[in-house]
Ligand binder design. Structure first.
Ligand SMILES: Cc1ncc(COP(=O)(O)O)c(C=O)c1O
Length: 385
């Protein structure tokens, strides 16, 4: 299958299928550009594998088996130079339940959990749902005007009861891929403060900047390998979130035991279609992924150039990954930016639950024509306000 075979310019109508993204708005007038779910049809290679699984006709309980396990292990080695072992893996129905369970597994009731903001909202809710204290430290701007860790503020905020650091890399919503140098400093910080790292790397195969390089946190050094719980999934990259198949990688056997004890009786088995989609994505999805990244790069450049030329008062910093643009709209002086844009026909994610009020997040994982309409609506709304 050649790259040109893949079509990202049009996609199926999702109404009537219970789509979280599309069913939010009753009005056809509001274009949904919010939740992290792309509008594209999946890779034909994955569809063929799912069809074959469907044709088998028996959909009983499924346990991890050779095909998905080997697909994940060879993908980790090939794509991320990570030589993992089958016994380190746990298949899970999602990263969000895993983040929540990690807060239970690796902290006690009197402990606290640290993360940096803005960040994907479940990072902020999970410690609270577990009854743990949450320590939030804002990211800061580097000398190159890029968001990065504020290690001084993190050290000042840490408490003796802080046990876990929740890391999002590549980072949602700012779209940065942290460099090896930044992660090495983070490793020093976690080592110094004896923190377990929950490393959500769900966006690690969505790097559209050819200069960016994803470093799996657990591969940084042996100390980090021992204290890291890596969470990944094919779901964001291959647009399979509804198939509910994710996995954790835990090298340290005592951390693995703690995690396994906590998830007992709570986590459901991944279903047979989740495994089929996961194995096919990693085994056969690479040409489609490369074509997707080219498409996303063009969409990103369109967002970037359009906002810079038409709306310089909307601040937008360079990003290297994801299909989620984080827009600072504070200079527009709009009381509720999300409602304002919805009233003007564009459904964006509200920055407030991410810890970023006066920000909105635009999902550009959609056909270019749809993105153009959304950008036109945004420009019109801002200029006419
Ligand atoms: C950083 C991050 N983690 C996790 C998720 C969701 O993971 P899951 O659907 O596996 O629960 C998302 C979805 O947008 C995300 O951006």
């Amino acid at each position: 299958m050649t790259q040109s075979t893949y079509n990202f310019d049009s996609c199926p109508d999702r109404s009537g299928y219970g789509s979280l993204k599309w069913d939010k708005y009753k009005s056809q007038e509001i274009l949904p550009m919010w939740v992290a779910d792309m509008d594209f049809e999946i890779a034909p290679e994955i569809r063929t594998a799912l069809q074959a699984r469907l044709d088998h006709g028996v959909y009983g309980y499924t346990v991890p088996f050779a095909e998905p396990v080997n697909a994940v292990l060879s993908y980790l080695l090939r794509q991320h130079n990570y030589s993992a072992e089958a016994s380190w893996l746990n298949f899970l129905p999602g990263l969000v339940p895993a983040i929540n369970l990690c807060c239970h597994a690796f902290t006690g009731p009197k402990d606290s959990v640290m993360t940096v903001t803005p960040v994907y909202p479940p990072f902020l809710s999970a410690p609270n749902y577990a009854g743990r204290e949450l320590i939030k430290v804002p990211l800061c701007l580097s000398s190159k005007d890029l968001w990065t860790f504020d290690f001084e503020a993190m050290q000042a905020a840490i408490k003796p009861n802080t046990k876990v650091f929740l890391l999002c890399n590549p980072h949602n919503p700012i779209g940065r891929v942290f460099t090896r140098a930044e992660l090495t400093k983070l490793s020093d910080f976690c080592e110094r403060n004896d923190l377990i790292v929950i490393s959500d790397e769900i966006h690690c195969d969505l790097l559209f900047d050819p200069k960016a390089q994803h470093v799996v946190t657990a591969t940084l050094n042996t100390a980090m390998a021992k204290r890291t719980i890596t969470l990944m999934a094919p779901s964001k990259t291959y647009n399979l979130p509804g198939l509910a198949c994710a996995f954790s990688i835990i090298e340290d056997s005592s951390l693995r035991q703690q995690f396994n004890k906590t998830i007992r009786g709570i986590i459901t088995e991944v279903n047979c279609f989740g495994y089929a989609g996961c194995a096919a994505a990693y085994n056969y999805g690479e040409p489609w992924r490369q074509a997707l990244l080219n498409y996303l790069r063009s969409n990103y450049e369109l967002v970037d150039s359009t906002l810079r030329s038409e709306l310089p008062e909307v601040l937008f910093r360079p990003m290297q990954s994801t299909y989620l643009a984080w827009l600072d709209v504070s200079q527009l002086n709009i009381k509720n930016p999300t409602v304002f844009f919805e009233d003007n026909g564009v459904g964006l994610s509200d920055g407030t639950p991410f810890g970023g009020p006066q920000h909105v997040r635009l999902n550009f994982g959609c056909p270019r024509s749809r993105l153009e309409v959304a950008l036109e609506k945004i420009i019109r709304a801002v200029k006419l306000r």
